[in-house]
Write a protein that binds this ligand. Structure first.
Ligand code: IDP
Ligand code: MG
Length: 168
C-alpha cells in the first residue's frame, strides 16, 4: 500500500441537496487526511479541462452543464484533496460506481445519486480514479499554497513585483 493524494469534488447536486456534511462524514470513515479544501466557482474552461477525456461522449454537453452548475442554478462546488494510504481506492469505494443505479446502496452515489431523464448520471461526487489522474486534477483545481502538504514539485515565478508559487 502506498500514500496517495486524491481529488474529491462535491458536485452542484450535493450542495443543492445540503449533503455536504453527510458526504464529509462518510469520507471520514476512510481516516484519510484532508490537506486541501475550498469552494470553487466552476468556469466552462475549468470544466472542459477537467472532463477533456470525455469530450466525444454523447453526454458531454450535459456533463459540462452539470459541473458548471447550470443544471442546478448554482455554480459552486466544493473541492477537497484527501491524503493517505490507498486514498484513491478508499475514496472510490465509498463514492460508489459511476452509475448510481449500479452503485452499492450504502455508497454516496448509491444513496444520493440519480439518473436524469437526459440520461446523465447525477452522482453527487467526483473522485480521482488513478494516481496520474489525481495529479493532473489536483494541479488543475489547486495552487501549491492551497495545499498544506508539499505534494508535487513547484517553482517560483514573478508577476510584476509579486512572487508566486506555481506547479512546475
Ligand atoms: P467517474 O466520475 O466515476 O470517474 P467518468 O467516466 O470519469 O466516471 O465520468 C465522469 C462523469 O460523467 C460521471 O461521474 C457521471 O456524472 C458522468 N457519466 C459518466 N458516464 C456516463 C454515462 O454513461 N451516462 C451518463 N453520464 C455519465
Ligand atoms: Mg472519472
Amino acid at each position: 500500500m502506498k500514500e496517495q493524494a486524491t481529488l474529491v469534488i462535491i458536485k452542484p447536486d450535493g450542495l443543492k441537496k445540503s449533503l455536504t456534511g453527510n458526504i464529509l462524514t462518510r469520507l471520514s470513515e476512510t481516516k484519510l487526511k484532508i490537506i486541501g479544501a475550498k469552494m470553487v466557482k466552476v468556469s466552462k474552461d475549468l470544466a472542459a479541462k477537467h472532463y477533456a477525456h470525455l469530450k466525444e461522449k454523447p453526454f458531454y454537453s450535459e456533463l459540462i452543464k452539470y459541473i458548471t452548475g447550470r443544471l442546478h442554478g448554482d455554480n459552486r462546488v466544493m473541492a477537497l484533496v484527501y491524503w493517505g494510504e490507498d486514498a484513491i481506492a478508499k475514496v472510490r469505494k465509498i463514492a460508489g460506481a459511476t452509475n448510481p443505479e449500479e452503485a452499492e446502496p450504502t455508497s454516496i452515489r448509491g444513496a444520493y445519486g440519480r439518473i436524469l431523464t437526459s440520461g446523465l448520471y447525477e452522482n453527487v461526487v467526483h473522485a480521482s480514479s488513478s494516481e496520474e489522474e489525481a495529479e493532473r486534477e489536483i494541479k488543475l483545481w489547486f495552487e501549491p499554497d492551497e495545499i498544506v502538504y508539499p505534494l508535487y514539485p513547484i517553482k517560483e515565478i514573478t508577476l510584476g513585483r509579486v512572487k508566486k508559487k506555481v506547479w512546475k
